[in-house]
Design a protein around this ligand. Structure first.
Ligand SMILES: [Zn+2]
Length: 412
């Protein structure tokens, strides 16, 4: 019963916290807040969760039902929210209380843009405050694209999304930007960990903000993807789960107690550098046998290139797998098994409810998740026998959607 779960608390990303003006609520301290602060709390909740009944808002915020009704009426008069009828599209089940009515953010009051910077593509998504995804746009790029190309492409994506949705710039709350890098607090990006090194610095976000006129927030792409899964995907309603993003390199995120956790310096989720064999291949981090050296797309295509004696990129590797090439299938099989081993090791420490796998690796063959699961089961502790291994439900757009979610969660 997804709508009855405890509302996820605000994601405590260092970046997000820095941009949040309002204080957080203690579980029983709601009555300490009055007027606008309570309205802001309701609006923030609806931005994150989409349409809710008055009773659900009351339960999630701790504000008395009678007060919720008054506040919701005021917000409706101010055109910040609207009251809609519950339908099979916006409710997964009937609810108690006043099932016919839902409160949602007035979609005309704003929208947010999420963009993921990938190795060879950029994906943009625009969503309004009622959580409806209005449009999406993907641009292919040559790897190692320059700062100038990145900025121009991001600007083009923003303009395209505004143009096709006919949304005026004044309605945009901000842009959430996902990059494959560790974001340290306060303002450093570790370029050597990045997939698209040339563009990764905070000046980039500032420059994009200057060009577009929209406030731009930078976050780790796996964190954003996990956040989207937590709010809208296969992580919905879960308290603790792990998220693997297996693309050119392997990233990850950890959700504990309904929050994406970032660690003391933003480094949680560097699953690619989990050491599986101290005598294994040398990793770019200087150690040996990291997960990245077995299961990343980069490692698998490199391995295929060595075996075949010429360069094999991802499309070529994919076509070899589709043709049933025994070498490519062996490399994929081994890579998937190492991922299952890594998932089992992490579960021993973190004891999640579920592990979500996403990225190019999962999409390479229908059997990949099964291979991962089989290895996981053979390496896991009995106390983790309940852990479900599933594919992500948001596909290529997960990070961009997380960018939208990040901005919606920040509020105006
Ligand atoms: Zn490493």
């Amino acid at each position: 019963m997804p709508w009855a779960v405890v509302i996820p608390q605000q994601w405590r990303s260092p970046l997000l916290n820095r941009n949040l003006g309002a204080g957080t609520l203690s579980p029983s301290g709601i009555n300490l807040l009055f007027g606008d602060q309570r309205k802001q709390r309701i609006l923030s909740l609806l931005r994150q969760r989409g349409p809710m009944t008055r009773a659900e808002i009351s339960r999630a915020t701790g504000i008395a039902k009678s007060s919720i009704s008054v506040l919701v009426d005021q917000l409706a008069v101010e055109h910040s929210v609207q009251i809609i009828r519950a339908t099979s599209n916006n409710r997964s089940k009937s609810v108690k209380g006043r099932p016919g009515e839902l409160v949602e953010i007035d979609p005309s009051s704003g929208a947010a843009i999420g963009i993921e910077f990938g190795v060879n593509r950029m994906i943009g998504v625009i969503g309004d405050l009622s959580h409806e995804i209005l449009s999406e746009f993907e641009v292919s790029l040559l790897p190692n694209y320059s700062v100038e190309v990145a900025l121009k492409t991001a600007e083009d994506i923003v303009n395209h999304l505004l143009s096709v949705t006919r949304i005026t710039p004044s309605r945009i709350i901000g842009i959430g930007l996902g990059i494959a890098a560790v974001l340290y607090q306060p303002e450093e990006v570790t370029a050597d960990e990045s997939e698209s090194q040339n563009v990764l610095n905070r000046n980039f976000a500032e420059n994009l903000s200057r060009i577009t006129g929209f406030s731009t927030t930078l976050e780790n792409s796996a964190n954003l993807a996990a956040y989207a899964e937590l709010l809208w995907g296969n992580g919905f309603g879960l308290r603790d789960f792990l998220y693997f993003k297996s693309d050119n390199l392997i990233g990850g995120a950890v959700v504990m107690s309904h929050e994406v956790i970032t660690g003391s310096r933003g480094g949680v989720g560097e699953f690619g550098h989990l050491i599986l064999d101290p005598n294994g291949p040398v990793c770019r981090c200087g150690q040996r046998g990291c997960l990245d050296t077995y299961s990343s797309i980069q490692a698998m295509t490199s391995s295929a290139s060595v075996t075949f004696g010429h360069d094999i990129d991802l499309p070529h590797f994919r076509s070899l797998i589709e043709k049933g090439d025994s070498v490519a299938l062996r490399i994929l099989h081994d890579g998937a098994e190492k991922l299952g081993e890594a998932a089992a090791v992490l579960s021993r420490v973190l004891n999640p409810e579920q592990i979500i796998f996403s990225g190019e690796l999962i999409a390479l063959h229908p059997d990949v998740l099964q291979l991962i699961t089989k290895k996981f089961e053979s390496h896991t502790l009995p106390l983790n026998s309940h852990v479900k291994l599933v594919a992500g439900s948001l596909g290529d757009q997960a990070t961009a959607l997380g960018g939208v979610a990040l901005i919606l969660g920040q509020g105006r």
